[in-house]
Design a protein around this ligand. Sequence first.
Ligand code: MN
Length: 326
Amino acid sequence: MSKLFAIRMDHLTFLENRPIKKNISILPIPLDIGSENEGMDSAPKYLLKFGLKEALMSAGFNVTVLPEIVARKKRLWGEGKTKNTLDAISKVAKSTIEVVRQEVSSGNNVLTLGGDHAISIGSIAGASEALKGNLGVIWIDAHADLNTLETSLSGNVHGMVTSTLLGLGGESLTSLVKTNIKKENILYIGLKDIDQAEIDFIREHKLTTVTMFDIMVNGFPSVIKQVEKIQNRVKNLWISLDVDSIDEEFAPASAMATTGGLTYREVSNLLTFIGKTSNVIGADIVELTPNKDLNAKTAKLCIESAASMFGSKHNWYDEYMSAFTK
Ligand SMILES: [Mn+2]
């Protein structure tokens, strides 16, 4: 049990939405060329339209929406595609690093909105730089995103993000990350669809993983145990939430939506636990694909998740009750 957890709470704390003094800077990053799936570039606007800022404010945070990172939107094809894509993604990563480093250095928390998962190269590298490496990463994803330019079958950069952050893989990407994330400071939760090269990589580098199978066999306590281990090693945490970690029944608007992922109950309690017991310095919400959403179901889940990740709460019940308190 982590210290924080032992000192200040019983489990009812998880149901409270006490105002927390936190400044959250929302950083929209409409990048979608790290993936072959289209439509993720509209996700930041989509979440803001559905009230992300207002929800975070009513959860008690001070919220600023930063100007969006300029990302090349046009698809890159033909000869030189890989190089041009890498150049464009590097550019996005560099500007993201700059913004996130400054925000974190001045004591703000950052919520980045993808875009595809390639945005996390910049967000996490920027935070790690600002915190001089005292940063753990909780990577909630159906995929490990651990390929490198050498091992990737698809060539898509959104599948190479964690290897890049660890400083492993081709120089064109790893050179962007000045302060690598240490291998023991990354925790995967929700893995289920991964390549053999990634499995080999995980074994070789002894990365910590909680797969969907682990969750089924060992249940929630095993997840909590791993989160507490990382809390004890580092002062600050970054949550990288890929919406494809959540079952398509609850999050249909994901580029790679599938069955067999985390349920609503699992993901909401997991994020609440992390948010309430850790110093979450920043988070990414990625791979959201608005044109696949059904009745804004995924948008609502992402907005609720954002409030939970930073240690407060804002769900349908709070909205319902707010009508009586106004
Ligand atoms: Mn991912």
